[in-house]
Design a protein around this ligand. Structure first.
Ligand code: SIN
Ligand code: MN
Length: 251
């Protein structure tokens, strides 16, 4: 379960590692079977949903607290062992989200670093995100794109874009991107259900519109060191996005 020094070095150099077939077909199937519980709100089920302008679900937060296959997967040894190695400590769950891009309807995620806004939540940049591919991810259905090595840029200034999509997005200014981003650095994270991407909270990433007839769903869990508890800030965000449950994740 634990990574070799070589894999850790790749993570440090590129800011991400993609592990093919890390989860079994059965594990993915188990998560996908629970999908209606996430996508069809039953009112007060504890989860938080964001929708596209079309009304299609865009994101579902907190499935790891309320839906069994998801609470199990966030403790999977093949996920949390390397996360703890990278962070060098026990970890708690910062948040989890199902990112949905329905066929034809799922919209863009502009270039950003997650720490672009997490910094404003009062934590240091020692968080790791894990993205589990649930539907085949292609260049047509808006697979995730990452900028290799961009975590070494350090945190860039972000601004809030409230026009492009239904969801307010913190993103990097085009001027900055023109100066820093080279085409060759962009990696398209295409893959199959069960492939898992580990990435640094300063890695620049984004994704395009789903132009295809197939959906693109991923489940992203962000882990934080148990010693990196948020400091008080002026405008604390809600618990569904900045968790106040700091209990260490155990297998
Ligand atoms: C994100 O940055 O959390 C979203 C990326 C994606 O779903 O493509
Ligand atoms: Mn992100």
């Amino acid at each position: 379960m634990i990574w070799s020094e070589e894999e850790l070095q790749t993570y440090r150099d590129k800011g991400y590692v993609l592990r093919r077939s890390l989860l079994s077909e059965a594990e993915v199937k188990h998560m996908k079977r629970a999908m209606p519980t996430l996508l069809e709100s039953s009112g007060n089920d504890g989860m938080h949903r964001e929708c596209e302008r079309s009304g299609a679900v865009r994101q579902v937060y907190l499935a790891h607290r309320y839906v069994e296959p998801f609470s199990k997967i966030v403790r999977h040894p093949s996920i949390i062992e390397p996360v703890k190695q990278i962070i060098g400590n026990d970890v708690y769950i910062w948040h989890s989200k199902l990112n949905v891009k329905e066929a034809f309807e799922g919209t863009v995620w502009l270039w950003h670093q997650d720490y672009g806004y997490w910094m404003l939540d009062g934590v240091d940049a020692s968080l790791v995100s894990v993205m589990i591919i649930l539907d085949k991810a292609t260049t047509n259905n808006g697979c995730m794109m990452v900028v290799s090595g961009s975590h070494k840029w350090g945190r860039q200034e972000h601004f809030s874009d409230e026009e492009t999509t239904s969801y307010k997005q913190w993103c990097i200014a085009t001027k900055t991107l023109k100066q820093k981003l080279r085409e060759e650095q962009i990696a398209q994270i295409t893959g199959q259900p069960g492939d898992v991407l580990f990435f640094d909270c300063n890695l620049v990433h984004g994704s395009g519109h789903n132009m295809s007839p197939i959906p693109r769903k991923v489940f992203i869990v962000a882990y934080n060191s148990i010693t990196n508890i948020p400091r008080p800030v002026d405008k604390p965000r809600p618990d569904w996005v900045v968790s106040r449950r700091f209990d260490p994740v155990k297998e």
